[in-house]
Ligand binder design. Sequence first.
Ligand code: GTP
Length: 592
Amino acid sequence: MASPAVSVVCVGMAGSGKTTFMQRINSHLHSKKTVPYVLNLDPAVHSVPFDSNIDIRDSINYKEVMKQYNLGPNGGILTSLNLFATKVDQIIALLEKRTAPNPENPSAKPIEHILVDTPGQIEVFVWSASGSILLETLASSFPTVIAYIIDTPRASSTSTFMSNMLYACSILYKTKLPMILVFNKTDVQDAEFVKEWMTDFDKFQEALRKEEESGVFGSEGGVGGFGAGSGYMGSLLNSMSLMLEEFYRHLSVVGVSSMTGDGVDEFFEAVETKRQEFERDYKPELERKKKEREETKANQRDIELGKLMKDMSVSSSGRRERKGPETGPETVSEAEDEEEDDIIKRGLAYGEDNSDLDDDYAEAAADDDNGLSQRYKEALAGSQNAPSDQDNSFTRYLRASGMNLNCNSASELGEVVFHAYTFSTAAWLSLQSVSLITGPSMVVAMLLDETRPASSMEVYFARCLGFNLLTIAVLTVMLTGSIPLTATVAEPVSTEDSDPKAPYALPTLMVTSAFHAASAFYAYTFYATGGQGAFALSVLGNSVLAAIGLWCVLFASSNGKISRRTGADKRTTGFPFANSEAAKKHAGKKAF
Ligand SMILES: Nc1nc2c(ncn2[C@@H]2O[C@H](COP(=O)(O)OP(=O)(O)OP(=O)(O)O)[C@@H](O)[C@H]2O)c(=O)[nH]1
């Protein structure tokens, strides 16, 4: 069987040359006809000089993340990585598919290398939860090697070299993955000196001494910074180099020039060595840890299940003693206990396999009293009749229970008022329209200040208005579904937005209510100035209808203010004066 692809994760400080190095090894592999699979995990990079198969930028817009979450550059990268980490399973599945031999084309060379470029902000990747998730998941599927890229010219002094080594050390212990130190930019400065420093302590001592003598660490009170010239820096570097000797032994060191391609072959040799090391040392350790985690999880599950079963048997036997089978719950807590039992039983019936229960608990489950199962069955039967979440609107609930002839009187009232309102609106408008259509001259004469016959234009407009009002009356009953539009609709409609039978019921209700309110106000202004009785009649009719309409919008629609689930009065959190504290509480409960 072909060995699985090795993934090479490039990390390094900003500007160390990760991207250029990625480009170099990518083109090197292409030239060897072993095409790699490339992942770019740097959401902030403007453009990458290589084609990546998976690019974080394809799914996450870093700038948008910064804007939406009000974050700075590092927070933006971190959040983008977090968002990307939620897709890790899909990414691994894709990688596994791509790196597996193609059964349709067995001669095709499977992918041998997965190259991963990471954000320049090294700590954001290495020390973040999402970075760990990505690395751990990758390592659980593929041999994974960390390539730590170091800018060689910038590591040429003993202090910057040591800083880099300490950073590499922290990454090694954080990721617990095999690591290759890639000393990049060897075209500018050869990396032989670092190899010497890492293998020969005396050479490092010598370099340190030279730097001290040449005043690199500054003179006392001079520019060298804290501890400069006091010998503190020298002795610190000295002891650290001694301490890190053990750490150096775990590393492969290569000098590379991403510009010229020098040392790339050596790098891939190191990758192969580290791959073998991963298989030999890291994989068994990873698997041991995985097994340990699974065992802990299984134990924890058994303990929790045990507790659950114990609670169940205790509570059911306790209740048997407390009350007879016929008696219902007497207190709220008793009712809650009963409900809990139902839930537990339901969970066992549908979700849990009893095979791995402790003997005691399995016995308890088998011995479970008939009363409980009876209640469970009853609860189930009840729940089948009860309206589902989807049907949980005021009017639907009303209808559902109405069909069982157990109509809730308050709900019934809502529906009755709703239909009464729509028909009254239609009747009120029709009444006005009939007088306008049949006796336009009379209506016009009634409204004129002077005594003269109505002009033909006035008659025409009065009749038109009559026809318009008649049209609105017909539309009102049709759009609210008070008269079914097709013979196939057997069920009455509700005022619910989602009710497909009358999607315009609620808007119609609102528009006509507003119309009545406006008409009432307008008629009132005329009545107040002219004192004509016809306007008083209009004020009365329109106000009554507007009030009923508003009542229907508030209490008889799916947006009704009485919570159907909790029975709580939502008027305290809604129209007209929102109670923000109650709303917050409500939202908080939802979040949990
Ligand atoms: N002379 C020389 N310059 C290099 C080499 N590798 C990279 N550079 C230069 O170093 C600079 C930074 O290189 P990048 O590849 O962008 O570095 P990076 O680590 O990806 O940078 P960030 O993504 O910002 O973290 C660029 O100007 C490169 O041209 C090299 O081997 N030799």
